[in-house]
Design a protein around this ligand. Sequence first.
Ligand SMILES: *Cc1c(COP(=O)(O)O)cnc(C)c1O
Length: 346
Amino acid sequence: MNAVHHQPPVIDLRSDTVTRPTQAMREAMMSAEVGDDVFGDDPTVRRLQERIAGDLGFEAALFMPSGTQSNLCALMAHCGRGDEYIVGQMAHTYRWEGGGAAVLGSIQPQPLPQGPDGRLEWRDIEAAIKPDDAHFARSRLLCLENTWGGQVLDAGYVADVTARSHARGLATHLDGARLFNAAVASRCSVRELTRGFDSVSVCFSKGLGAPVGSALCGSRSFIERAHRWRKMSGGGLRQAGILAAAALHALDHHVQRLATDHDHASRLAAGLMGLAGVSVQAPQTNIVFLDLSPEVLARHPQGVAAALADHGLLCTGSARLRLVTHLDIQPPQVEQALHILRAVLS
Ligand SMILES: *Cc1c(COP(=O)(O)O)cnc(C)c1O
């Protein structure tokens, strides 16, 4: 193994986290100016934090090792022990982060059902807000997610529900792991999508193609509180400028190109329309879902994902397959993926 940047041996559509840093990104990382960020000395980390705070329209930002830690520190900075946050039943912070808010933060989640577009209805949110009474946890925060299942959360909905939440004394947090996909797909600035939120977490390690890293944005005092939780949870990094340089490179070079990933997802979806027993959810960004009929599933007792993997295509899910396009997928691989999917599913 001497190739620094080799093609993956298979077509990997499991997630947009599987990308390898490009040569240009590696060069940016190699030449990054660094210092000990725990002392606040790393100029590249500081540059990234100022850049992302400005881009998203916040006073301050904090570089984070992962989206999970970023969301956890946000929840802990908003909520104390015995407080509660209101969140979607299928939301990442609630369902896919090991229950960290409850386990590590002593924060009670109040999960609510979500519509197919990721919305929590205001009437459900309002009904979940607890009275100020010793029987109840203190309702403190609403947490939303954009994109949700690859779909862009409706801007009118966000404006309405965040304003109503503030009026009821709730703070608002956005898990914007794929916020840049949402902005590119809806042809607006990320700033427009963060309006109404007191804090936002974004990932550099998803579609933006950096190897590591997320950022949490908010007011200066909020970020100071989150900083303490980041330290306590072991997220204080030393010469982190090596990683921040990758994120800065991604912000400069990998945002507008997300449209290519979205085109590839649309091409995948279009190429599978009309296949018997396969229902395709038309993608808005880089994630395609395929719902498979019992007949299709019955033909693959070992699982459809395993059958696809035998043909060199990796994806996740079983009755509902998820295919995610990204920086390391080129048009020939989209066509090859379609070829494999048609052969295995029909
Ligand atoms: C990936 C993801 C996260 C967490 O990011 P990690 O860096 O994997 O911890 C949070 N929220 C959403 C919606 C994500 O897709």
